[in-house]
Design a protein around this ligand. Structure first.
Ligand SMILES: Cc1ncc(COP(=O)(O)O)c(C=O)c1O
Length: 404
């Protein structure tokens, strides 16, 4: 079975092709002139000089991870950073030169939303709906930024339409939730693709890292920023992340299968209100998944009666871990309004659907019956009024998209 072109993906990220492990923070210098020339090239943001000199300038193991990421996203280059947030910050710096605003679509991960609102990057933020982007961008716009599927409501943005609306303004997509297995934004003309590699790419909840995949001109700027600001990825993290890539397709497939089964059961549970999952809704939502994704993924959000009910689920789960982060082998559940999106203004949270009733779950590799048993017990017998979602037409449509 090759549902996500698994063979191609694994060969592109092969541990044999990308094997190597360099951990030292500096390299011996045999020839001072050659080392000086190498230093200059690296400081200009060019890909490896002959001698890596110092690990803040270049590291072979990090470079191998970057090559694999560029390959699986179908882009020219990639630049890895110490975290997803360091990647977002570097992209803002790289794009800002002389520009004054950034156009962004909500919801975004709470940390990214906070970074933009806080003004730390020195750019005014213009929040827009996807349909408004064309009106809002101008010659002072450094970037258009979106997540699809978005954290935590799994909203989708039509990539092709977004790129068209942005015109000559570069578009950056945070592809953390979809992963390169389920979505390659570059296929739709997106300029920069960003990942919190701490999530699905690492896949075991034990690494923090970020990566920006892009063309070589952007990569040069990003490397210069990394060298100057020092937000580099540790080689051990790069090694684990490259290794994580090899199993990403099978992990995504297994987690997605389980997530879909849980969605179907959540839709019928009396204690559950609205369920959020890519493509769930009318025909156009499923159609968008089929146009730009290879499947809806393994993140599921759902509403319960109120904050007390949400707190009770977090307290009652035993198999599922009540924790932030996502994309690990073990399932995690969290309350975005209290945790990942706490720094987002309450009014904004409510407008984006990040209410006190919302729980976000990252579905892992446990058996579906064990997960459902845990969830069902934690949900208890509370009833949720006002349910309006029906599962029947969706089940058939979404099964066609994901091939299950
Ligand atoms: C969609 C998304 N982007 C970026 C980040 C930030 O990544 P990191 O925690 O690696 O800095 C996160 C973190 O949860 C995220 O969910």
């Amino acid at each position: 079975m090759d549902r996500f072109h698994r063979t191609e993906f694994v060969s592109k990220s092969s541990s044999h092709r990308y094997a190597s492990m360099a951990l030292g923070n500096s390299a011996p210098i045999d020839d001072i002139d050659a080392a000086a020339a190498s230093f200059e090239r690296l400081a200009r943001g060019e890909a490896p000089g002959a001698n890596p000199i110092y690990a803040r300038l270049h590291n072979e193991t990090v470079s191998r991870f970057e090559e694999a990421m560029a390959s699986v996203e179908g882009m020219e280059s990639a630049v890895a950073f110490s975290s997803g947030m360091a990647s977002v910050t570097a992209v803002m710096m790289a794009a800002s030169c002389g520009k004054s605003n950034v156009v962004a679509i909500r919801p975004l991960y709470g940390g990214t939303d906070h970074l933009l609102c806080d003004g730390l990057c020195g750019l005014e933020v213009r929040w827009a709906e996807a349909e408004e982007v064309q009106e809002v961008v101008d010659d002072q716009t450094a970037l258009v930024l979106a997540e699809t599927p978005a954290n935590p409501t799994l909203d989708l943005v039509d990539l092709e339409a977004l790129v068209e609306a942005a015109g000559s303004v570069p578009v950056v997509i945070d592809n953390t939730f979809a992963t390169p297995v389920l979505q390659n934004p570059a296929d739709f003309g997106v300029d920069l693709v960003l990942h919190s590699a701490s999530k699905y790419i690492g896949g075991h909840g034990d690494v923090i890292g970020g990566v920006v995949v892009c063309g070589e001109e952007w990569a040069k700027r990003l490397r210069r920023i990394r060298i100057a600001t020092g937000g580099l990825m540790h080689p051990m993290a790069a090694y684990l992340l490259r290794r994580g890539l090899s199993t990403l397709p099978v992990r995504m497939e297994a987690c997605q299968d389980t997530a879909m089964q849980l969605v179907l059961r959540l839709l019928e549970h009396p204690a559950v209100g609205k369920v959020y999952y890519p493509g769930l809704g009318d025909e156009s939502a499923t159609d968008l998944v089929s146009r730009q994704m290879k499947g809806p993924g393994a993140m599921v959000s759902f509403e319960v009666e109120d904050f007390d009910a949400a707190r009770s689920v977090m307290e009652e789960v035993e198999l599922i871990t009540p924790a932030v982060s996502l994309g690990s082998t073990d399932s995690l559940i969290q309350h975005p309004a209290s945790l990942t999106h706490r720094l987002v203004d309450e009014e904004v949270r409510d407008q984006c659907g990040v209410s006190q009733r919302l729980l976000r779950m990252s579905v892992g590799l446990e058996h579906v019956e064990d997960l459902w048993g845990d969830l069902e017990r934690a949900l208890g017998s509370r009833r949720q009024s006002g349910r309006s979602q029906s599962r029947e037409p969706w089940v058939e449509r979404i099964s066609r998209v994901s091939g299950s």
